[in-house]
Write a protein that binds this ligand. Sequence first.
Ligand code: A2P
Length: 346
Amino acid sequence: QRYNVAVVGATGAVGAKMLETLDKKNFPINELYLLSSKRSAGKELEFQGKTYTVQETTPESFEGIDIALFSAGGSVSKKFAPEAVKRGAVVVDNTSAYRMDPEVPLVVPEVNEADIKTHNGIIANPNCSTIQMVAALKPIQDQFGMSRVIVSTYQAVSGAGNEALDELRTQSKAFLEGENLEAELLPVSGEKHHYPIAFNALPQIDVFQENGYTFEEMKMINETKKIMHDDKVHVAATCVRLPFFTSHAESVYVEVNKEGVTADQFKSAISNAEGIVLEDDPENQVYPTPLSSAGKCDVFVGRIRKDLDNEKGFHLWVVSDNLLKGAAWNSVQIAESLIKNNWLQK
Ligand code: A2P
């Protein structure tokens, strides 16, 4: 059986990776619809040797669609996801619009695939930084229990979209030519102040909340508890944007419940987990980096060490392509699971 698929935000940074992933994984597509805003309507995109014309997203775009992959911003999902569901489509939404809605499953298939089954037409794809962290922590939670997580992120610019990538290119060139850097977009479009990302590090991703954390940090905190089905685990996050194009890296500290766990046991739990690749050999300088993981679907983990003062504490370094496992691949995996398990019907 083959399915009618719509990609909303097909002209965006994640949209391009959605198409690449649908192709690479040989997704069973019957008809494909590429949707955007009015701006890109009429633009032509190639998919599997065929040319498709991008269309403006309207409620009627979803007539006859089985699966709609959304990645065009939260307001677009809020407006059009219910229209798609009304017309019988199942939506996999890559924005933050529905993630914390108790009616909407928030899924990383390696962690909580069974939650997909409870959907009412919308399944949310978590935040990119959250996905790779919970994928790495799942085997630790299963085998040793987990009481606390403290994470600092080193996030790529592609997470902020194509325009942000252009800003990094322009500023990098200006910096090397000794010119003034103009910042118009990052850290957050629409904010009062903008700072250069080139040759810099910005400790703000998304807008500040009243509690002093940014929305990106709160996404990591709240989504981790929801996906891992653990309200009690303590989570703290500091999210930082750095001037590279692809893949997020994270320094993660985790406290386990079980006593006497060794670094070797911790490593073997990680290396046996689905979707995780252990790259950890300090003697030979083996560890993952943003460049080494870019373009790959897995989550890479290295630098596993036991804390020197806390017997139950461990440190690890988690790297993954933010546009693939962090967005497009996780969404396509959810769509594959809907088909494989016969969960498309509500
Ligand atoms: P468009 O090309 O028409 O602007 P990125 O994350 O790289 O910035 O991409 C955002 C994606 O979301 C693009 O495909 C963009 O289309 C799409 N988009 C933005 N606003 C809307 C809208 N109002 N309706 C549908 N798609 C939108």
